[in-house]
Design a protein around this ligand. Structure first.
Ligand SMILES: Nc1nc2c(ncn2[C@@H]2O[C@H](COP(=O)(O)OP(=O)(O)OP(=O)(O)O)[C@@H](O)[C@H]2O)c(=O)[nH]1
Length: 452
């Protein structure tokens, strides 16, 4: 799946990789190619436009990390946006309702609805230990109800007994009634398909929906259908309302466009993927995996992530060295507050000092969430330059004024000063003990009293 897109983007980025620096022109050129690639992969135009605009916003003005070439940077941005567009987390079937929970299966003829119903029933039975009843509402195709019964027997779940002559809505009501009377957890309603969307089908499905009030209405779409998938998804979503999408035949050489644009036009999650004809060939949908597959460049993505991490570490090491030398005042603390937070507080910083890696786990620094950080910034900014160098000199009335000026409390000010004093004390001890002494005595020698 997605080979077309992978190949296309691969070519573009091969070209970018050979360059030292990425000019704005290059970003533009790359995005034009990305646009064509997505269109060729049958992604719908509105989805393509939104995607390219999103990438552009991120890419222009983006700092290129050291050790990474600009092409790699763009790949990472394109990848992250793919994940975002596909939906960030994988969502399972929602069963949070009073049993029997009705699950409506929707889709065109031959999309794989019946097979998928059996696959989901098997999954719910084995993974969630649910008692599932399968019911075919397909009265149009003569063998449809028997087909579902055969599949139900195969996966070892119950199927609704066939009563000839009933309408789809009558079957649906009977299924729910049986579900209630016989204590089923889930009732799966497999509706009839059509070759194309038509009003009769929509009216029938709406009637079934209103009679059963399904918790999930899953649209089953063949991944090979390309642009048609968008029409199908839009129609079902607008006229019936869907809660999720299952894409089948991912095992074939389908194009990736359907996944991207169905998600974009409906805003509904792709919940599961059909990956073969066998009843256990069903997988959870992982956006990052699919995005990686679209790009075929998972290794590049992790390379960029690694580089970003390294640079964070270098920054932190610089800061730690400065602390070690002493002369660390509140201005330094201010400019590094976010960095300190990212490194997991003082404990994390210490861990970066050579030879102290092992003990870093032992220190925890609380109060480093975003709101605390903002308050600390406001407090430091309300002090005079002189006070920032020597916060110990602040008397009670000055602390009150600073609290007022920064919209915080005296307790916040006191806490910040205490934190600064703890840090200074720790650094003084580090200087005195030297690295060897520290290692010998363990970290307790370093910590202010009563904090560990
Ligand atoms: N390779 C592959 N084949 C699949 C997958 N899902 C379903 N099929 C096959 O597709 C064919 C049609 O599947 P059905 O489940 O009968 O389709 P349907 O949507 O219920 O069709 P109607 O009942 O006619 O509306 C069957 O031969 C299935 O085995 C899949 O994920 N991969």
């Amino acid at each position: 799946m997605f080979e077309g897109l992978t190949g296309r983007l691969g070519d573009i980025f091969d070209r970018l990789r050979r360059r030292g620096a990425l000019s704005e022109e290059d970003v533009g050129a790359a995005l034009r190619e990305v646009r064509i690639a997505l269109l060729e992969a049958d992604v719908a135009l509105p989805a393509v436009k939104a995607f390219v605009a999103g990438v552009k916003e991120k890419a222009v003005g983006q700092e290129v990390l050291r050790g990474i070439n600009p092409g790699h940077m763009v790949i990472k941005i394109v990848h992250d946006h793919l994940v975002e567009l596909l939906g960030e987390t994988s969502e399972e079937i929602n069963l949070s309702a009073t049993p029997p929970v009705p699950v409506l299966m929707l889709g065109l003829q031959g999309s794989g609805k019946t097979t998928t119903s059996a696959k989901i029933a098997l999954r719910l039975k084995t993974r969630e230990k649910k008692k599932v009843l399968l019911a075919s509402l397909d009265t149009r195709r003569p063998a449809a109800q028997e087909q579902l019964k055969v599949l139900a027997d195969q996966v070892g779940v119950a199927s609704l007994p066939i009563i000839p002559g009933q309408t789809p809505v009558q079957i649906a009501r009977r299924a729910m009634e049986t579900g209630r009377l016989e204590g089923f957890d889930v009732v799966m309603l497999d509706t009839a398909g059509r070759l194309a969307i038509d009003d009769e089908l929509m009216a029938e499905v709406v009637e079934i929906r209103d009679a059963t009030k399904p918790v999930e209405s899953l649209l089953v779409v063949d991944a090979m259908t390309g642009q048609d998938a968008v029409t199908v998804a839009t129609n079902f979503n607008e006229r019936v309302g869907i809660t999720g999408i299952v894409m089948t035949r991912i095992d074939g050489d389908a194009r990736g466009g359907a996944a991207l644009s169905m998600r974009y036009v409906t805003g509904k999650p792709i919940k599961l993927l059909g990956v073969g004809e066998k009843v256990d060939a069903l997988e959870s949908f992982h956006p990052d995996r699919i995005a990686g597959r679209i790009l075929g460049m998972g290794d590049v993505v992790s390379l960029v992530e690694k580089a970003a991490e390294t640079i964070d570490r270098e920054e932190a090491e610089k800061l730690a060295r400065k602390m070690e030398k002493g002369g660390f005042d509140l201005d330094d603390m201010l400019s590094h507050l976010h960095q300190i937070k990212r490194m997991g507080g003082m404990g994390g910083m210490l861990g970066l000092l050579p030879g102290l890696g092992k003990v870093k786990e032992q220190i925890k620094n609380a109060n480093l969430d975003e709101t605390v950080l903002k308050r600390q910034e406001a407090i430091i900014l309300s002090m005079t330059k002189q006070e920032r160098k020597k916060p110990d000199v602040l008397n009670a009335s000055r602390r009150r004024r600073i609290a007022q000026g920064s919209g915080t409390t005296v307790a916040d000010v006191n806490r910040l000063i205490k934190q600064y004093q703890d840090m200074s004390e720790m650094m003084k001890k580090m200087k005195k003990l030297g690295r060897k002494g520290l290692m010998r005595q363990g970290l307790s020698a370093l910590l202010p009293k009563g904090r560990h």
